[in-house]
Ligand binder design. Structure first.
Ligand SMILES: Nc1ncnc2c1ncn2[C@@H]1O[C@H](COP(=O)(O)OP(=O)(O)OP(=O)(O)O)[C@@H](O)[C@H]1O
Ligand SMILES: [Mg+2]
Length: 364
């Protein structure tokens, strides 16, 4: 569309109606309309494929199909443009159906005036253009979010490796040196209760080694890379009560490692990790049930606690529920990898988070 010219494809199987429409078009002011007419469904698809038009105006009844079916066919073939449906008087159900399918507007044939037509065309094209910009911007945001999550994962891996290789090995060397000095002192019989004197020091070094190891594992558990996500989940569930002894975990893993697509493994582990952190931080629960399973066409991770729950059905649940980073990053990670993220919770009823991936469309 240039500034004052619009190319319209009219799909109308009744020649008399076409002539009436053409007369209305000839009276439109402020907008030059280049009108092309086709009289059937198939011909409309052939014309649309040429990508010459700024807008489609389509009669509902087209003989071998309906205008709404044509709209669906155009969408399926990525030939979308603003779409206006024409029909007889009072077809409210068709109006609603057209709107749900994404039609820009709906016009009753008898009511069309040059002014109305001009305005509906202008608004429809502008709305479509704005939606295109929005879709583009959403696509860029999604790409950015994928990149951000991947970068965060790489960074965690790098920090874990550096911690392990530098501080971890230095601490091991310090511990070794202390023990060596103790042995030497004992040999020289300069033992003024050496074990007692050094106990604090060796305890502190050992605690720092343990803490460094814990941080490394949280950043990126090597078991995930070495042995896979199923064993990593088992390992995590076994270790969790060491930090939170009041919470018992029942883990039901009904899936084998080879059934989990490679790119999903780290996503699944992170979702589980964040869900358990939330249980520990917010729920007050003493029981958590984890189920990791594969049905015919889905991979499903479910984590349910028996804690205090929270209100996700408030006035603005999206805002309230996703105000922290945890739920939001779970939703992003699952969405970016082609899955859907569900959360259900109610006060005093506990919380359930669920991530579901269709088996064939996992992507990262
Ligand atoms: N298992 C749960 N039980 C009870 N409340 C929960 C649970 N999980 C989440 N919530 C509620 O949802 C809110 C949002 O959780 P989210 O993980 O997004 O953020 P956060 O844990 O508060 O902060 P962050 O994860 O960024 O450190 C929490 O503050 C808490 O009120
Ligand atoms: Mg959280």
């Amino acid at each position: 569309m240039n500034k004052d010219s619009v190319r319209v494809l009219l799909v109308e199987d009744d020649e008399d109606d076409y002539v009436l429409f053409r007369d209305v078009v000839s009276e439109v002011k402020h907008l030059r309309i280049e009108l092309t007419w086709v009289n059937n469904f198939q011909h409309a698809l052939v014309e649309a494929r040429k990508s010459l038009y700024d807008i489609y105006i389509v009669d509902y009844l087209l003989g071998e199909g309906t205008g709404i079916e044509l709209l669906q066919a155009l969408k399926e073939n990525a030939m979308e443009k603003p779409f206006i449906l024409l029909t007889g008087h009072g077809d409210h159900d068709i109006d609603v159906q057209a709107m749900k399918e994404g039609a820009a507007d709906y016009l009753e044939k008898e009511m069309i005036t040059p002014q109305l037509l001009e305005r509906v065309i202008r608004y429809s094209i502008q709305k479509f253009f704005t939606m295109e910009l929005l879709r583009e911007s959403e696509k860029r945001l999604r790409q950015l979010s994928i990149k951000l999550i991947n970068t965060q994962e790489d960074e965690r891996k790098r920090i874990a490796t550096e911690l392990h290789d530098s501080i971890g090995s230095n601490l091991a060397a310090v511990k070794f040196e202390i023990q060596k000095q103790m042995t030497d002192l004992k040999k020289r019989k300069e033992n003024f209760d050496i074990d007692h004197q050094f106990k604090n020091l060796t305890d502190i070094v050992q605690q720092t080694i343990d803490e460094t190891r814990r941080i490394c594992h949280n950043l990126r558990p090597s078991v995930l890379d070495d042995l896979g996500v199923v064993i990593a989940i088992k390992w995590y569930c076994r270790n969790f009560p060491q930090s939170y002894s009041n919470i018992s975990i029942d883990a039901d893993l009904k899936i084998s490692e080879k059934e989990v697509p490679e790119p999903l493994k780290v996503v699944i582990f992170r979702v589980m990790q964040e869900a358990f952190t939330n249980v520990a931080k917010h729920s007050g629960a003493d029981k958590v049930k984890l189920v990791f399973e594969k049905t015919d066409d889905k991979i499903i991770l479910t984590i349910r606690d028996n804690g205090r729950g929270f209100d996700i059905s408030g006035k603005r649940p999206e805002k309230d529920c996703f105000s922290g980073m945890g739920l939001m990053s779970m939703k992003e990670r699952v969405g970016n990898s082609g899955g859907s993220f569900l959360i259900s919770s109610a006060k005093t009823k506990g919380t359930e988070v669920q991530a579901i991936w269709p088996v064939l469309s996992c992507r990262v």
